[in-house]
Design a binder for this molecule. Structure first.
Ligand code: NAD
Length: 311
């Protein structure tokens, strides 16, 4: 079959498709070019840049499967794909380790004040005496959501000597214990944790799960990390909490609006990264290969493990 791979799919992903005997064209077409060429392909693989709109799906008269080499499928019109019985597959497990490690990068940066240390050095200041940090050892890590990434964070936290407590209403005590954490309710996480890290999806129920009430329940010495999804945290309330010392600091990789504007960028005691959780060589190689395997299953009529649409 003919497969179009856009946006720089990893060599590992391309190899999976070629090894299965398919013809793969690697391109970075403009939206107009994509509309012109898509009719020739049985399969399409994208990362986040290419928008697989209803018009692309309509023109893709031979399309049988679409792969998104990553987690979020917001750049694919799922309804249009389902209408044509085209499977949309993704690679939700590819970035697990990368996001877990970025979560630690944020925790360690906050604990040792790396942002202040780095910027003050560049300004010619030697703040050796002022930059007293804290250890992660012996601290309580509170997780909200313990799925794939939460579990990977908990596993690593244990090695750092942290006590891990977790709130996840969909898992029982035994399942949370198997994720290296102790099941508690959300108010326990808020009141007891020295570091709180979010690892849950953004839904109507979880939007602003951390707002003014929750921030006020946190310790004044605690840090909030969100390498999960923007919109889980009420950013206006977070900015106020940081300004008035309600909490000690925050590490953010994801924002309600990306790129963020306004007061988010002015927050004191914050470490911010531009949604790079999945952006590692290994994470992207893995995502490409996993997505390609899923695409092959869909093209051969087998049921994929990670299908994002139903029809
Ligand atoms: P997952 O589906 O494996 O786990 C999510 C967990 O959240 C589940 O255990 C679920 O029971 C729990 N959950 C759902 N609603 C909850 C609620 N109201 N309160 C507490 N827990 C709740 O997902 P994952 O692969 O671990 O991903 C976690 C998050 O990380 C997702 O939002 C995902 O989009 C995000 N993510 C971010 C990046 C990045 O670049 N920063 C990359 C990959 C994934």
């Amino acid at each position: 079959m003919k497969i179009l791979a856009c946006d720089g799919i990893s060599p590992e992903g391309i190899a999976v498709l070629k090894d299965a005997g398919h013809d793969v064209d690697e391109m970075r077409p403009t939206p107009e070019e994509l509309l012109q060429i898509i009719g020739a392909y049985d399969g399409l693989m994208v990362r986040s840049k290419t928008k697989v709109t209803a018009a692309v799906i309509e023109k893709g008269i031979n399309l049988k499967a679409i792969g998104r080499a990553g987690v979020g499928v917001d750049n694919v019109d799922l309804k249009a794909a389902s209408g044509r019985r085209i499977s949309v597959v993704n690679a939700p497990t590819g970035a697990t380790i990368s996001v877990a490690e970025l979560t630690f990068a944020h925790m360690l940066a906050l604990a040792r004040r790396l942002n202040v240390a780095d910027s003050s050095m560049r300004e010619g200041r030697w703040l050796k005496k002022d930059l007293k940090g804290t250890e992660l050892y012996g601290k309580v890590l509170g997780l909200i959501g313990v799925g794939r990434i939460g579990k990977a964070v908990a596993e690593r936290a244990r090695i750092f000597g942290m006590d891990v407590i977790a709130y996840d209403p969909f898992l029982n005590e035994e399942q949370i214990a198997a994720c290296f954490a102790c099941k508690v309710d959300i108010d326990d996480v808020l009141g007891r944790a020295d570091f709180i890290s979010l690892h849950l999806p953004l839904t109507a129920e979880t939007k602003n799960i951390i707002g003014e009430r929750e921030l006020k329940r946190m310790k004044r010495t605690a840090y909030l990390i969100n390498c999960s999804r923007g919109g889980l945290v009420d950013e206006a309330a977070l900015a106020r909490a940081l300004r008035d010392g309600t909490i000690a600091g925050t590490g953010l990789d994801t924002y309600a609006e990306e790129p963020p504007k306004g007061e988010v960028l002015e927050m004191p005691n914050s470490v911010m990264t531009p949604h790079i959780g999945a952006s590692t060589v290994e994470g992207q190689a893995r995502a490409g290969a996993i997505c390609a395997e899923q695409l092959l299953k869909a093209l051969s009529g087998e049921r994929p493990d990670h299908q994002a649409n139903r029809f």
